[in-house]
Design a protein around this ligand. Structure first.
Ligand SMILES: [Zn+2]
Length: 267
């Protein structure tokens, strides 16, 4: 008993060490700061967060329509995955569980996505192709990233010059990604792109971005329909069962009445 009491602190320390090893770790701030302060991180003027928002908008509100048309976006189009500086790194994020992210390059674990982002800056920035890859965040003005990123609508007065600039950028993306001369699919997607993204670049505030919906809204719709069907199906079967039972007992009652009526008279 005395020996157990003596070794208890040692067991506790070992247990704590084991727990620390098995849990996902946050990125050591010092590692990140040291790397950036030493000037090892290349200066990249492209927001990772806004690039991610732009990518998500494309995925939600454009890709489903492009897939439906079986249209191939060319590399000249700035929406092409190759023109997103962070695409490769984003694809190397492994979301294991709610508070568990893993680096796809070196398999290191993190408890928050932002630590993984910092890890990419500190450890894997050499993998970024900064020579000719364009920054997807530069299209944020055209794609309404602020509309998605900020839940509250900005109350600032509408700036007609900025709106006109975004509209021009939006239309140039539509023209380069879906040239009308390339056939009916490209024409339909060109039209779709203008309605979905460019029409809302006005100061009237009448047109909202993404009026044609996207992946998310249809996903929720199908989920609701599925749940409703699953709930109504058993109810339908119960009703059919009750109806059949009622019918059967009704027939038996009738048979009994007929039997009584046919009883031979005693002679
Ligand atoms: Zn890594």
């Amino acid at each position: 008993m005395g020996r157990l009491r003596k070794s208890l602190p040692l067991i506790l320390v070992l247990f704590a060490l084991l727990l620390k090893q098995s849990l996902p770790q946050g990125f050591e701030e010092s590692e990140y700061n040291r790397f950036v302060n030493e000037g090892n991180a290349p200066e990249i003027h492209c927001s990772r967060e806004r690039s991610r928002a732009a990518w998500q908008i494309i995925q939600d509100y454009l890709t489903p329509f492009v897939e439906r048309e079986r249209y191939q976006i060319s590399k000249n189009c700035r929406l092409h995955p190759d023109n997103d500086l962070y695409r490769d790194q984003e694809q190397h994020k492994i979301h294991v569980a709610e508070f568990h992210w893993k680096c796809g390059y070196c398999k290191k674990s993190f408890d928050d996505e932002k630590f993984l982002d910092q890890h990419f800056v500190g450890r894997h920035s050499n993998l970024l192709n900064t020579t000719d890859t364009k920054c997807l965040a530069d299209l944020c003005g055209a794609l309404h990233c602020d509309f998605v990123l900020s839940s509250k609508k900005p109350k600032s007065k509408c700036n007609p010059a900025a709106v006109a600039k975004n509209r021009l950028l939006c239309e140039s993306v539509a023209n380069s990604c879906f040239p009308v001369s390339q056939g009916p699919s490209a024409s339909r997607l060109h039209e779709h792109f203008l309605r979905q993204f460019c029409d809302a670049h006005t100061c009237t505030g009448k047109d909202k971005p993404f009026p044609r919906g996207g992946k998310k809204s249809s996903g929720v719709f199908y989920l609701a329909i599925s749940i409703l069907t699953l709930m109504l199906l058993p109810l339908f079967y119960i009703l059919v069962f009750l109806y059949q039972r009622e019918k059967r007992s009704g027939t038996q009652e009738l048979r009994r009445i007929i039997k009584i009526g046919k009883k031979p008279k005693p002679s």
